[in-house]
Structures are given as structure tokens and as C-alpha cells.
Design a protein around this ligand. Structure first.
Ligand SMILES: [Ca+2]
Length: 207
């Protein structure tokens, strides 16, 4: 299903680029209201031919020291930013050694298939090191009531954008009042796995 979702995005991409006259524009920020209230949306991955709108998760660029994130097992904010400064000027990112985990602050979504996308660099043995992302469905008190896979990332040692990671909440029919609260958890997997991530975005609407 993830493959079909990605193909769907490619189809949207072709149509949208045609509408733009084939040019790559700047990320056009837009304030959008809905069941989740107002939030800033932009197209941070347009440079990589992804026209979908995303919202930066809370301190998604780690410039406030991972405020609101849950860090465990040695995950920590370090110096160094993804080079495109996609969320704005910055000098920090998150380091994830083997055995660690990092969970975003809660994100309100209005789609059954929220997408997470971020920048990463592989600091471990490239061929053996991957980064697993899970979507955590939260109840009204913030407790995790369901964990669903949202992608396994492999990649090189230089900074690069991840592929879109789909969390298929539609399997669970969980939207309440048109919205749900989720969080995304990052965990290095593999021998000597180490990662660095920055500018973590979620597409909360799929539009
Ligand atoms: Ca940053």
C-alpha cells in the first residue's frame, strides 16, 4: 500500500509541476485551519520534486534543544544542520546512537494516512545501519494505544531527504471528530547503527 501511496504522490507531482509551468518555486507557506486548528504548512521538499504540504513538528529542527521530544538511550542534540536550512537558519540536529530512540511531540492529523519526512545522514556502517520510524497513536491523555510502522530508512553518510514514510492509520479507523493525535518514533536498527536527523515534517492533511 505504501508503494501505491507513493505512486499517487508521483501522479500529484506531475500534475502540480505542470500547474507550476515545470518550474520549482520556493516553499510557499500557508496557514490552514481545520479540525486540528491553525498550523503553518509549506512545501519543504519541492526541491526534491515533492509538492505535498507539510508542517514542521514541534522543534522539528532541534534548534530549541529537542523541546517536547522524548529522547532515550543516548539520543542528543548536536552541532550541525542539514545543509539546505529547509526550516530556516539553524545549527543543530539530533544524533541517534545504536539503542537510542527519539519520539516527536504529539502531532494532530486530519488524515488516515499521515506522512512523515525528514533529513538524515547515516553515521554508522552504511550497509548495515537503518533507521526505523514508527507512528504512535495517542489517546486523549497522551498514552500510546497503538504502534504502526511508518518506514525503514537506509541511506548514505551525507545529508539527504528521506523518502515519504506513510503511517496507515486507515487500517484502524481512528479519526475522532476528524482528527487524531500521533507521534513518530525514530530508532536506529542494525550493527553499529548511528544516525543524525534534522527538520522533521509531517503531512497532516494529504492534500
Ligand atoms: Ca536544525
Amino acid at each position: 500500500m505504501a508503494t501505491r501511496g507513493f505512486r499517487g504522490r508521483i501522479a500529484v507531482l506531475v500534475v502540480t509541476l505542470a500547474a507550476f509551468g515545470g518550474g520549482a518555486g520556493s516553499a510557499d507557506a500557508q496557514l490552514l485551519g481545520g479540525a486540528c486548528g491553525d498550523r503553518d504548512l509549506s512545501r519543504p521538499f519541492l526541491r526534491w520534486l515533492d509538492p505535498m504540504q507539510y508542517a514542521l513538528v514541534g522543534d522539528g529542527g532541534f534548534e530549541a534543544g529537542a523541546r517536547g521530544w522524548k529522547l532515550a538511550g543516548g539520543a542528543k542534540v548536536v552541532s550541525g544542520n542539514e545543509p539546505w536550512k529547509t526550516s530556516g537558519p539553524g545549527s543543530r540536529s539530533l544524533y541517534l546512537p545504536g539503542g537510542s530512540s527519539a519520539t516527536t511531540p504529539p502531532v494532530c492529523v486530519e488524515t488516515l494516512d499521515p506522512t512523515v519526512r525528514y533529513f538524515a545522514r547515516n553515521r554508522g556502517i552504511v550497509a548495515l545501519s537503518s533507521l526505523r520510524v514508527d507512528a504512535l497513536l495517542l489517546d486523549s491523555s497522551g498514552r500510546v494505544v497503538l504502534t504502526l510502522p511508518a518506514g525503514v530508512h537506509t541511506g548514505l553518510g551525507s545529508w539527504h531527504p528521506s523518502l515519504p514514510g506513510l503511517a496507515l492509520l486507515n487500517l484502524t479507523g481512528v479519526l475522532s471528530g476528524g482528527k487524531a493525535n500521533v507521534a513518530f518514533r525514530f530508532r536506529p536498527i542494525g550493527l553499529g547503527a548511528k544516525w543524525q536527523i534534522d527538520d522533521v515534517y509531517v503531512d497532516p492533511l494529504k492534500m
